[in-house]
Design a protein around this ligand. Sequence first.
Ligand SMILES: NC(=O)c1ccc[n+]([C@@H]2O[C@H](COP(=O)([O-])OP(=O)(O)OC[C@H]3O[C@@H](n4cnc5c(N)ncnc54)[C@H](OP(=O)(O)O)[C@@H]3O)[C@@H](O)[C@H]2O)c1
Length: 261
Amino acid sequence: MGQLDGLSTIVTGAGRGIGRAIAKVYAREGATVSLLSRTQATVEQVAEEIRAEGGAARAYACDVGQRQQVFDVINQAITDMGTVDVLVNNAQGFGTQSSPRSSTKYFGVEETPDDEIEYIFRTGAMASLWGMQAVFPVMKAKGWGKIINFSSTSGILGTTGNTAYNVTKEAVRSLSRTAANEWGQWGINVNVISPTLRTDAFEAWEADRPEFVKALREALPMRRLGDPELDGGPLAVFLASHGSDFITGMTFMLNGGKLMP
Ligand SMILES: NC(=O)c1ccc[n+]([C@@H]2O[C@H](COP(=O)([O-])OP(=O)(O)OC[C@H]3O[C@@H](n4cnc5c(N)ncnc54)[C@H](OP(=O)(O)O)[C@@H]3O)[C@@H](O)[C@H]2O)c1
């Protein structure tokens, strides 16, 4: 018996990092998983790994920064799975539409370019909103659903040089609380994970600001970064399962004690 037996789940940004880990753990717990990312080959590879372990997975190319693609691909995934119970809005773009990057880049507030804010906000906050709007009719009709969004301690603390990312991730938290207030009556839970887990994006950030990230890591009470599957998987499973039915609008600090608000 898996903790997510029979559930139909959608995970964005599932080609690597936290999204990949959540997709794999969900499948091991019995869920059917739809994996989305811009790069078809990477999500197809993860879906193949899941199927090789005996799980159920399909891969879809989707740029979550493109509104129509989000609705079209999520509707297709719902059709293919028959329904949707869980949406994990994990994808986050960086850089600009014409020059996407794999992580944030330092800009002081006064020099932050409009196109950075536009792209990072669109692929984070707007993408999360569009994903939520796409699954809402099905979840409302069945009177149950789980939405998991992603924020960052960088946004909560106002980490320097991260304006575009910070405003995006705090917008996601506010969006989540608003939807939690509106959609609780239909049994839909909307919660947020604020992670500190070792992924490609984290390593790219470390490469851009080595001293800053070194100090951050050394200040962690747990003295290590989390592992996406081992440390991130259990919380993501809990927030997708009946055990969290009475918890909504909350931000969960999955960060080894980095921030304890
Ligand atoms: N790692 C941490 O410690 C940390 C800390 C704070 C917050 N977070 C948040 O946690 C989430 C996952 O982070 P991560 O470290 O796992 O990131 P990651 O390693 O960079 O992985 C990001 C995933 O999202 C996909 N993606 C990027 N832009 C996309 C777009 N426009 N449309 C669709 N998919 C897109 C990427 O695949 P493609 O390139 O193929 O699209 C990739 O699969 C993000 O929301 C991030 O902001 C992470």
